[in-house]
Design a protein around this ligand. Structure first.
Ligand code: ATP
Ligand code: MG
Length: 289
């Protein structure tokens, strides 16, 4: 039995190696990419887990960096939007966020994954079937559109006075925005802090929701204490990729969900908040007041 197990282990190992070799970094050996990588490698130390960032888990690089991401970062560096990429701030299912430097100060760099687990799962049944080609490319394009959508949503909200990080630049699957935090780390999310005056924060967030809907004409669509950061004593709203314009068929449904989440948060924090009243406040126009 142990013999058989050993055998199986060897097979698994070589299969895995085959998989790694064929899917991962073979492209990096190509002259073009190898040259580019060498050129910017010293600016990626916070991603590679070397030098002063040797605490960074090297897997971060493996999860995020593929051919198109490397090119996108390179472009953004050439245009001086990014100088160096330092430590990872957060790793999610859809994106990683990094602390980076630029000529005008620190920035947050959100790198969207060009392929996720669900997509990879589907892909194995489609790739190799000659009837359906180019799926990876189309998926990457979809991700790029998502990045544009987040960029435009953030700009639109900001223009109307919503407290969101300023979206500074995008390229392909990478978005650069104002960094909320200090040298020691990012500002905390609402869910990670104890709020002194929940009533005041509730009023403020309800007002922010009103501006988003009423003035910017959008529904945030993922409003929660995960996507609100407490920065320099104020609540900042983040994560706007999923936000939709008012005439999106589900906009009202998303709006109600956002308001409901806020009202529930208020309830948990001892604030007497009423969903109907809150909804009326968000949707009613100035003349009706
Ligand atoms: N501008 C920023 N400055 C500092 N930290 C940020 C900034 N934007 C995001 N973060 C941090 O990164 C985390 C993830 O960001 P965000 O919510 O935008 O992405 P996400 O939740 O991974 O997106 P998705 O909705 O695709 O899962 C946040 O919870 C926050 O801690
Ligand atoms: Mg989020």
């Amino acid at each position: 039995m142990p013999e058989l197990e050993k055998h199986q282990e060897a097979i698994d190992k070589s299969l895995k190696k085959l998989d790694d070799d064929s899917s991962k970094y073979h492209w990096m050996k190509e002259k073009k990419y190898a040259t580019i990588f060498r050129e910017i490698e010293h600016k990626l130390t916070g991603v590679l887990g070397v030098g002063q960032y040797d605490w960074v888990d090297r897997r971060v690089f493996d999860q995020v960096f593929d051919q198109s991401t490397l090119m996108a970062i390179y472009k953004l560096m050439q245009k001086d939007h990014i100088d160096t990429i330092e430590w990872p701030i957060a790793r999610g299912k859809e994106a990683h966020v990094f602390h980076a430097t630029s000529q005008s100060g620190p920035v947050a760099v959100k790198i969207f994954h060009t392929s996720n687990a669900v997509f990879k799962g589907l892909l194995q049944y489609i790739e190799g079937d000659p009837r359906f080609g180019g799926l990876r490319r189309r998926h990457r394009e979809l991700v790029n559109v998502w990045v544009q959508k987040e960029h435009r949503n953030l700009m639109r909200m900001r223009k109307h006075g919503v407290r969101v990080p300023e979206s500074l630049a995008t390229h392909k699957n990478v978005l650069i925005m104002e960094y909320l935090g200090d040298e020691t780390g990012p500002s905390p999310r609402l869910r990670d802090v104890i709020v002194d005056d929940p009533q005041k924060l509730y009023n403020d967030l309800l007002q922010q929701l009103r501006i988003i809907w009423h003035d910017a004409g959008l529904a945030h669509a993922d409003f929660s204490d995960y996507n609100i950061m407490i920065h320099q004593g104020e609540a900042w709203i983040i994560d706007a990729g999923q936000s939709v314009v008012q005439n999106h068929p589900k906009a009202k449904e998303f709006l109600v969900r956002d308001i409901t989440r806020l009202v529930q948060w208020a309830g948990r924090n001892g604030v007497d908040a009423d969903l109907a009243e809150a909804t009326l406040f968000v949707i009613q126009s100035d003349e009706e007041e």
